[in-house]
Design a protein around this ligand. Structure first.
Ligand code: GDP
Ligand code: CA
Length: 319
């Protein structure tokens, strides 16, 4: 079976680990990763979501944190601080730095982000084909108003430095309108037997991938069933501040509202947590097959069970 999954960082990566445990060796998984979170720091290109997927599936992730490397040290950051060079609010450890150095070196030499990602994955062997959504630069910005007035900040500044404590007024994936899907992305979607939306952020992870012209259209036109899993349980994100970015696009932070926002033109099936059983009927009324199953990724086996439920629902809605 050929499975395509769109993925952000932590939610996507943890789900993919369960999916890998649920499928067999003959199944091929292609992951289309969000690059709207990418940021240039210290002259280096940092791709937080691609790296979280790569480290998680490759066994190098800091488990509790969900991002960055295990057994990390922070000498470079401390040295940069001595020079008065920030940002201090973004955590790049010594081991992680090596990834960004290799990536930046290869990009400077003329390789595309897809080629670089493939090269990094030679080391990490994530067990999936990891494709960036685009080789072109896309950077999500957030419009906020604070004591400095109304301005746009990089998504990382909004998320990591400001902890989404101010309201997001608009979310703009800068560059997305002219970005092209990376090589292999549209082909993988067209050839898929199943397309999955993990419980990733619907706005700044999945939404950004879908904002690359051609990707949303390809998913909607794909012969494969499309099934998503809700990142919202009981009216709140399981982790993080997804409610803040949902509010910016006028979507309530409920499992039902997120499903309806994707809409039946895009998704055929939707899994909500058992806590949201009451919303199943409304989602089905909107033309999306819906089931309530436990959606907490407490360990790999519980996550594998979620993946099995998603694949089973895909079978039921196969068009
Ligand atoms: P990010 O790029 O690191 O923010 O990660 P993603 O976009 O891939 O995923 C973030 C989303 O994962 C958040 O909106 C969380 O609500 C969701 N999430 C995290 N852990 C769980 C979980 O155990 N179950 C479910 N259903 N969602 C989760
Ligand atoms: Ca992210």
């Amino acid at each position: 079976m050929r499975i395509v999954a769109l993925a952000g960082g932590i939610g996507g990566a943890r789900f993919l680990r369960g999916l890998l445990a649920a499928v067999g060796p003959q199944d091929e998984i292609t992951v289309i990763g969000n690059t709207g979170d990418d940021i240039h720091l210290y002259g280096l290109k940092v791709c937080p979501d691609l790296d979280t997927v790569m480290y998680t599936l490759g066994g190098g992730i800091h488990e509790e944190q969900g991002w960055g490397r295990t057994d990390e040290t922070w000498s470079i950051k401390a040295e940069m601080k001595e020079y008065g060079v920030g940002p201090e609010w973004f955590g790049l450890g010594d081991r992680d730095f090596a990834t960004h150095l290799v990536r930046s070196q290869m990009l400077t030499a003329g390789y595309s982000l897809s080629q670089v990602t493939e090269a990094l994955c030679v080391r990490w062997k994530p067990g999936v084909r990891l494709l960036p959504m685009s080789d072109d630069r896309v950077e999500t910005h957030v419009r906020i108003t604070d004591e400095q007035g109304t301005r746009a900040v990089h998504f990382q500044e909004y998320w990591v430095r400001l902890h989404a404590a101010v309201d997001a007024e608009a979310i703009v994936p800068v560059g997305a309108d002219t970005a092209k899907p990376a090589p292999g992305v549209l082909e993988a979607i067209a050839a898929a037997d199943v397309i999955l939306f993990p419980p990733s952020n619907p706005v700044v992870s999945i939404g950004t991938i879908l904002a690359v012209p051609g990707i949303r259209e390809a998913v909607a036109a794909a012969p494969a069933p499309v099934v998503g899993l809700s990142p919202i349980i009981g009216g709140a994100p399981v982790r993080g501040m997804a409610d803040k970015v949902l509010a910016a696009v006028g979507v309530e932070a409920t499992a039902e509202a997120v499903a309806l926002n994707y809409g039946s033109a895009l998704i055929d099936g939707w899994l909500v947590d058992t806590a949201d059983e009451a919303s199943v009927a409304a989602v089905e009324e909107a033309g999306i097959a819906c089931r309530a199953v436990p959606l907490l990724m407490t360990d790999v086996e519980a996550t594998a069970e979620m993946a099995r439920a998603a694949l089973a629902l895909a079978e039921q809605v196969r068009r």
